[in-house]
Write a protein that binds this ligand. Structure first.
Ligand SMILES: NC(=O)c1ccc[n+]([C@@H]2O[C@H](COP(=O)([O-])OP(=O)(O)OC[C@H]3O[C@@H](n4cnc5c(N)ncnc54)[C@H](O)[C@@H]3O)[C@@H](O)[C@H]2O)c1
Ligand SMILES: [Zn+2]
Length: 346
């Protein structure tokens, strides 16, 4: 298994050197309709003869139907087992394109060039690939590392601001569970004046270390689900309403609500909770849930795929910079924490 992750200031030149070092028989590039316009032109000139496969953008297209399109295009291009696929896109394309490459002819090499902040700090790290199936998110997939991951902030210039903020929630999550000093630095700055280079590097190093120690999520890797047990339930619930939220906004809410549970369990100091709640709410605002949504959100928390039997398991903070996974929480605790979230004034 390879899997070099390179933080690059010139993805085009780095891709070119990689291609010269390794000999691939054929080259395919996968983009979505947006990255074809905004990102592919930045690396196009460094690529030898290749074909571009472009698919529709968005989570709703992270499906078997799109995979069929991709596998068909790969087949039409006569890609053999020594071919390479370069995936230029956000987390949707990285997960799906990597999955297509990892399964085509039992697996060909692929390079990930993540073009959203979320993909740079989260989705492209750790080798989880896959697609959604019948409304189940990431239901079909494999673990496989790319031959190379190139992370270059130059792609972020065209990223819609809301996408950048969504990725910031995953950075906050990584910092909250691992690094108190960096948390203090983050909270001393507004969103627009963060030290992005340092934050991106921290997330990549931290997530690589955790996933390197526990690639298949038997233990430690679960820590990365902080904010997601409740965040994901909120996101899923709101998806069925006209109040949809971005993944990062839901994770931000999840971090606040789960931190409240940590306080109530006596694991986290009130003062630390307040620092988290204040900064996260100031940066992301509140998601539009109301009292009538709570029952459904709690129901979804109970169905979380990380649970064991009837036990709802969650990642809770013991302090800023330190988290514990597999902590059991009850439906009542979730309900109270959501009520508290609803009552907070910002
Ligand atoms: N594999 C993992 O470990 C892991 C971890 C976290 C998230 N994910 C997955 O990541 C996905 C979300 O990824 P995402 O937030 O990057 O969404 P995305 O891939 O849908 O990208 C968001 C939007 O931005 C556009 N875009 C991408 N780069 C751009 C650029 N540089 N300029 C302009 N537009 C650009 C895309 O076309 C898309 O419309 C989810 O499917 C989630 O399951 C995977
Ligand atoms: Zn996430």
């Amino acid at each position: 298994m390879s899997g070099e992750i390179k933080i690059s200031t010139n993805a085009s030149a780095d891709l070119s050197s990689f291609l010269k070092e390794r000999s691939f028989t054929r080259l395919a590039v996968l983009t979505d309709e947006n990255t074809a316009v905004h990102c592919y032109p930045l690396v196009k000139k460094s690529l030898p003869d290749h074909k571009v496969i472009t698919v529709a953008a968005g989570e709703q297209n992270k499906t078997l139907t799109t995979c069929s399109e991709i596998w068909k295009a790969m087949t039409d291009q006569n890609l053999d087992r020594h071919s390479l696929m370069v995936v230029i896109g956000g987390g949707v394309l990285g997960d799906m394109g990597g999955f297509c490459a990892a399964t085509y002819k039992r697996g060909i090499d692929f390079v990930l060039i993540p073009t959203t902040l979320l993909a740079q700090v989260d989705a492209s790290i750790g080798g989880k690939l896959g697609i959604d199936f019948e409304n189940f998110k990431n239901h079909i997939g494999v673990f496989q590392l790319p031959a190379l991951t190139l992370i270059d902030s130059a792609f972020n210039k065209t990223l819609p601001p809301a996408e950048k903020r969504s990725g910031f929630a995953e950075i906050i999550k990584h910092v909250l569970i691992s690094d108190r000093t960096l948390w203090n630095e983050i909270t001393s700055k507004e969103f627009d004046s963060q030290n992005w280079e340092r934050l991106v590097r921290h997330s990549i190093e931290f997530k690589s270390r955790v996933t390197g120690e526990d690639p298949k999520e038997k233990g430690l890797r679960k820590i990365l689900n902080a904010g997601h047990t409740i965040g994901h339930a909120i996101e899923t619930h709101l998806l069925s309403t006209d109040r949809k939220v971005m993944h990062g906004e839901a994770v931000a809410a999840g971090l606040v609500v789960e931190s409240y549970i940590s306080v109530k369990k006596g694991m986290l100091k009130q003062q630390e909770f307040e620092s988290i709640s204040e900064y996260v709410l100031k940066t992301f605002g509140k998601v539009g849930i109301v009292k009538a949504d709570i029952e459904s959100v709690v129901g979804l928390v109970r169905q979380d795929k990380k649970n064991q039997g009837d036990k709802v398991l969650c990642v809770l903070l013991e302090a800023v910079g330190k988290a514990r996974y597999d902590v059991e929480i009850t439906a009542d605790e979730v309900t109270h924490a959501l009520m508290h979230y609803l009552a907070v004034q910002i």
